[in-house]
Design a binder for this molecule. Sequence first.
Ligand SMILES: Cc1ncc(COP(=O)(O)O)c(C=O)c1O
Length: 343
Amino acid sequence: MVDLRSDTVTRPTAAMKAAMFEAPLGDDVLGDDPTVARLEERSAELAGKEAALFVPSGTMGNLLAIRCQTRLADEVLLHPDSHPFNYEAGGAAAFAGVQLRTIGGDRGMVDCDAMRDAVRGPDPHFAPARLVCAEDTTNRGGGAVWPLERLDELGETAHSLGLRSHLDGARVFNAVVASGVPLARRLRAFDSATFCFSKALGAPVGSVLVSDAATIALARRMRKLLGGGMRQSGLLAAAGLYALDHHVERLADDHRRAASLAEALTALGLEVVPPQTNMVYVRVDEAPTWQEALDAEGVLCFATSSSTLRLVLHLDVDDAGVAQTARAFEIVAAQRGLTRPGA
Ligand SMILES: Cc1ncc(COP(=O)(O)O)c(C=O)c1O
């Protein structure tokens, strides 16, 4: 099987597991796990922020960012394709008590003019907009990388409107590698950001929230409140440290494989969104039936809508996996009378 459902499906390598087993541990809720402390310090430094908090998931990181930078019945502006709006189980409503208001933009990127239009005056009818969230790379936006000037413009415009800004950087290292722009520079205009070790970086569990010291101190208490305080979590943080040392530069391999898969599928006559990072989106009729047919040919992927398939390249897919995927598409396309196998 070639599993292209997500980059979350990777298994820790033997070397990563060895790093986990060898890590010095303590009780992180009591503040004395040295490996978690090292990962938090390193993450804050890489991100150019004052402090960081290790959390079990990207979902919890985003929720804490929202909870700690808003008040009850505030409004949070984000893209209709964003992760908190689509896939975080309504947590922002349940645990932060905020209203999510969607604002548009191309390829999953929030547009500054749409943000200006959405921010309303002090009339008591309105929920006050307090925070804008962006996503880099954009997941449902095709794995797109924000141009640096747009990131800066978003953060600066948010501040000029009196809003704070959060970047969901679940895959921000893909953006760092694809753009060649260091993490701290990409995050410069943002008040907070999350990034995930458990996606393209290949760790089994874990994300961080980075921000100023006061926001992280509040997030630490809120993490406990949500049941996210973890004890000997250095075992997991060690995987994150290993990933930062060994799995960042190799993301370029995933990007190269995504480009070569896109090329092969385009050659079959399929409509493919040109990939910028590790995600390949293919437009087909009746996407769920393609998902099933590809599954039967040994390729797992997700239909993200009735007309879209998403394939995600990662650490556990090599060049042979790309070739096998292209072959499976060729067979399924031929079954549907779109091309002939071997054509
Ligand atoms: C863009 C984005 N943000 C946040 C998350 C949430 O991460 P987690 O699955 O660790 O909660 C995901 C998960 O895939 C994601 O794609």
